[in-house]
Design a protein around this ligand. Structure first.
Ligand SMILES: O=C[C@H](O)[C@H](O)[C@H](O)COP(=O)(O)O
Length: 275
């Protein structure tokens, strides 16, 4: 039976020019250029291996950022392993933005959209900070709206991050650039004003694209991003609700009661799990 299955896999993937190879053992991976990158890869590979139910999961969200690169890489490796390929070839991967769309395609995975697949089995995504209650700040890379759409449409949301992202207690401790907020371009002045006057924000700035782009960062949804500094955030759920009430706000980078687990990679290869 297994021999026949392997024969089928070899036959069915040959047409696509894929070279089959077993899933690389995490303990014997070639070194990367920095220990931080290695930490990200350890977290991502472990998160996928421990949470992907390859025989049953079909619709898989792939988030944005530098850690999720290794999630897409690992999913691509499942596709190339004769033992898993028959299942992995059924995966449909849902992106959270342009970068993640490219990651899905370059790793040979099948691309879908959240409009086609509004209920996902699982999503893997990065975070800028994770507090002790698994509340998150996201959007440091400007992708928060689509990330939230996808992560709140999934049965499970697994965070992949390096050790720097784990907050000792409150959000706003390690991530001090402020809460990313996606806003409609014509409303940004009004939101900046309301953040300061109504919500007593310490500082709020329109994120700039320099040096890569003159003028503001424009998101995948053609919106702007404001970074709003509230210091340490003791009640992120209340702050999220208050920001969302402001006219012009599309979404906030506070992800409340959304994540199921977080994996934090360390430079020595160990990975810490927060549930
Ligand atoms: O907008 C970007 C996303 O929310 C990222 O997932 C977040 O910034 C974490 O990115 P990284 O894995 O590069 O630290």
């Amino acid at each position: 039976m297994l021999r026949n299955l392997n024969k089928f896999v070899r036959f069915s993937t040959r047409g696509f020019g894929l070279k089959m190879s077993p899933l690389p053992d995490v303990k014997h991976l070639p070194a990367l250029h920095s220990t931080l990158e290695q930490a990200k890869r350890f977290a991502a590979y472990r998160a996928v291996d421990e949470n992907l139910d390859y025989a049953n999961h079909r619709v898989i969200g792939v988030g944005s950022g530098s850690t999720v690169i290794y999630v897409a890489e690992r999913l691509g490796q499942y596709l190339l392993d004769p033992q898993y390929s028959i299942y992995a070839s059924q995966f449909v991967c849902i992106p959270t933005g342009f970068q993640s769309k490219e990651l899905i395609l370059t790793n040979g995975l099948r691309l879908g959209s959240v409009e086609q697949y509004p209920a996902l089995d699982i999503v893997f995504d990065g975070a800028d900070e994770v507090d002790e209650n698994l509340q998150l700040i996201k959007g440091g890379g400007g992708c928060l709206f689509q990330e939230k759409l996808v992560s709140t449409s999934a049965a499970k949301f697994i965070v992949v991050a390096d050790y720097r992202k784990r907050s000792p207690k409150y959000l706003g401790t390690n991530w001090v650039k402020g809460v990313p907020i996606e806003v409609v371009p014509s409303g940004y002045i009004r939101v900046l004003r309301d953040l300061k006057t109504k919500l007593k924000c310490k500082n709020a700035v329109l994120r700039q694209g320099a040096p890569a782009k003159a003028g503001p960062v424009v998101t995948d949804n053609c919106n702007f991003i404001i970074d709003a500094d509230f210091g340490k955030i003791e009640r992120p759920e209340i702050l999220h609700r208050d920001i969302k009430m402001l006219v012009g706000v599309v979404e906030t980078g506070l992800f409340i009661d959304n994540a199921s687990k977080a994996y934090f990679g360390n430079p020595d290869g160990s990975v810490e799990l927060q549930v």
